[in-house]
Design a protein around this ligand. Structure first.
Ligand code: M6R
Length: 358
């Protein structure tokens, strides 16, 4: 039930710190990761991982790719299920497939899974719904433990998918006996991320004020970032589009000058993510470029990379996992923009929670 909430979307956004803590509880015992050793063994044999998903789950996969490549040193491709099923790429010799699906029922993903099963490649499904079709038809399943997600716009399943992929990447790294040059204290970092998320959901009035200040009269909003910030930009744009119906686009910050900067007009809101040290200065440069063309910049930064004037600043986390925090204010932004426009936030027009047609 919605309890004291007016909408499932806001309730599910608020639940994210608790979901993250629950995931840690479920996947750790005595500080050790609990994942089926057969699964890890089979994953460790793979020469490439293919992550297949749609919509928000695809965006979670983009973050998962970075985590798996960095922590487990394995090449990863992220594929849109609707494309992949009918246009199989040249596969590697020993591929391993990960399907990401909140519902476990998405027809596009199912179609792709059937193709892969025919080829007898190993399949892992990450899903929120035990016994869903994609869970039953895969060789292995890892659950998201996010609790039922009712709002059409996916929020807690996205952060849960990222968290489970972090844990999986770490477990695979251990299975392969890698000694990372920059180890990740997964359990501790997920705890810190839950705290950061809590502070962000507690500051929701500030996000509502930003919506009133920047989004009231705007018909178009851009989101830019690099690395995980780019992945978050894509998800932030999707969230805003689907519930507020405001036209939104996510771009790689460095691509702006290759064309899209032509779209910037007086007052266009541009939300920029500063999530990593290595590219912070470049993204700051991109922000200056859009501001000098009349855009209004809204900057989301991690404290250590923040500057005076940044509108949303969150606590320092390991750069590899800070997408978990950065997306939360974006979900709230979408929620308040939808509310302002009088939209049905839980049941946006033209959309269904589970897309069971191809
Ligand atoms: O259940 P799934 O994760 O397979 O669903 C995939 C997409 O249909 C889903 O993420 C969709 O994009 C959401 N409405 C996004 O908020």
């Amino acid at each position: 039930s919605k309890g004291t909430y007016d909408s499932y979307m806001l309730k599910e956004i608020d639940e994210q710190p608790a979901v993250l803590r629950r995931i840690v509880q479920k996947y750790f015992s005595d500080d050790r990761i609990q994942i089926d050793s057969e699964l890890l063994h089979e994953l460790a044999q793979a020469d490439r991982i293919y992550i297949v998903a749609a919509g928000t789950s695809y965006h979670a996969g983009l973050v998962g790719k970075n985590l798996l490549e960095q922590l487990a040193q394995i090449p990863v491709e992220v594929e849109l299920a609707s494309e992949f099923g009918y246009h199989l790429p040249q596969l590697s010799k020993h591929p391993f497939f990960i399907f990401l699906s909140q519902s476990g029922e998405t027809a596009d993903s199912r179609q792709a899974l059937v193709q892969i099963k025919d080829l007898h490649y190993p399949i892992l499904t990450l899903t929120n719904v035990p016994n869903s079709t994609l869970a039953r038809e895969a060789d292995y399943t890892l659950l998201l433990h996010a609790g039922p997600e009712i709002a059409v716009a996916s929020t807690k399943a996205y952060t849960a998918q990222i968290a489970v992929q972090v844990i999986l990447a770490q477990a695979l790294s251990q299975e392969k006996e890698l000694t990372p040059s920059k180890p990740l204290a997964v359990q501790q970092q997920l705890g810190l991320a839950a705290n950061a998320m809590q502070s962000l959901v507690d500051a929701k009035e500030e996000i509502q004020a930003l919506v009133q200040k920047y989004f009231s009269k705007q018909e178009t909003v851009f989101f830019i970032g690099r690395g995980n910030g780019y992945a978050v930009a894509l998800e932030a744009a999707l969230k805003l589009k689907e519930v507020s119906y405001i036209h939104a686009e996510g771009f790689a910050a460095g691509e702006l000058k290759h064309g899209t900067i032509a779209l910037i007009e007086e007052q266009t809101p541009v939300v920029a993510f500063i999530l990593e040290g290595q590219t912070a200065a470049h993204t700051r440069g991109n922000i200056r470029e859009v501001v000098s063309r009349g855009a209004q910049a809204i900057v989301v930064s991690q404290r250590q990379f923040s500057q005076k004037g940044d509108q949303i600043i969150f606590a320092n986390l390991d750069e590899r996992i800070n997408a978990l925090a950065a997306i939360v204010p974006m979900q709230l932004l979408a929620y308040y923009a939808a509310l302002e426009r009088g939209n049905d936030v839980d049941q946006p027009r033209n959309l269904a929670k589970s897309v069971t047609v191809e």
